[in-house]
Design a protein around this ligand. Structure first.
Ligand SMILES: [Zn+2]
Ligand SMILES: [Zn+2]
Length: 258
């Protein structure tokens, strides 16, 4: 069964395609389920690279309309990919309870450090930042708001060589996910970003093999996500490679989060 729960739209301003474009393309590619998870807005502040808060209602309505139009062809779910910052607890709750979203994906691009500072993992200063990042993911998992953790190993996009902090940060995330029965996403967009020459070898920025070898030692459920930013990417060669790799590695791959 072809499914994908990590889908963006033009509303985040760095992807293309409407909700209807993705739905029609998913049907064409033979998908049974498509979950929308565009970059979620915050009500009081625009952190960039995401839809405007004023677009949230239009986004939800557009998915509902596509579902109605294609009700005999595909099952759609309404979600958002969003960062966890502790001050928004009530907001996360309202997204599902009031706005009617089916799920939230934890897409931790920015995070709150234990000292309460706002950081961006794409600009880590050293691998010690990975520990703060891992702890932020753990705090998020503990809330129970998130159906899965998108690209839990995205920190390895940074150029630092693997060291003890990388082991420790991976352990924190994996132990927490195991303890709370959380789902981790094996993200195809890291493969789409292509192989790069890092100082400790040629590899994808993510998924990082060392991280997933550690996940393999557990029974954690693993969802493969396309993280598509245009309709053609829903089940493209990178998504197929991600599924194939995750299955061949022996990860506990699931196709549906519901
Ligand atoms: Zn994006
Ligand atoms: Zn994404």
């Amino acid at each position: 069964m072809i499914t994908n729960f990590h889908t963006h739209t033009y509303r985040c301003k760095h992807a293309s395609g409407t909700e209807e474009d993705y739905t029609a393309e998913a049907v064409r590619q033979g998908a049974a389920i498509l979950g929308f998870s565009d970059h979620g807005p915050f009500p009081d502040k625009d952190y960039g690279l995401r839809m405007d808060y004023s677009e949230l209602g239009n986004y939800i309505n557009a998915i509902n309309e596509s579902q109605e139009k294609h009700k005999d062809e595909i099952l759609l779910y309404k979600g958002l990919e969003i960062e966890y910052h502790p001050q928004y607890t009530e907001y996360y709750r309202s997204l599902t309870e009031q706005h009617g979203l089916d799920y939230l994906a934890l897409g931790e691009h920015t995070y709150t450090t234990p000292d309460g500072e706002f950081h961006n993992i794409f600009f880590a200063q050293s691998t010690t930042d990975y520990i703060d990042y891992a702890n932020a993911i753990c705090r998020a998992i503990e809330t129970g708001f998130f159906a899965f953790v998108a690209h839990p190993d995205v920190m390895f996009i940074n150029t630092f060589e693997w060291d003890d902090c990388c082991d420790k940060a991976s352990e924190l995330i994996i132990d927490c996910a195991e303890k709370h029965n959380a789902v981790l996403e094996y993200n195809a967009n890291g493969i789409r970003r292509n192989l790069r020459a890092y100082s400790d070898g040629i590899r994808y920025p993510y998924p990082h093999k060392k991280f997933w070898d550690m996940v393999k030692q557990t029974n954690i459920r693993v969802l493969v996500g396309s993280d598509c930013h245009c309709p053609e990417q829903i089940h493209d060669e990178y998504m197929r490679k991600a599924v194939q790799t995750a299955v061949q590695m022996g990860l506990n791959v699931i196709e549906n989060i519901f």
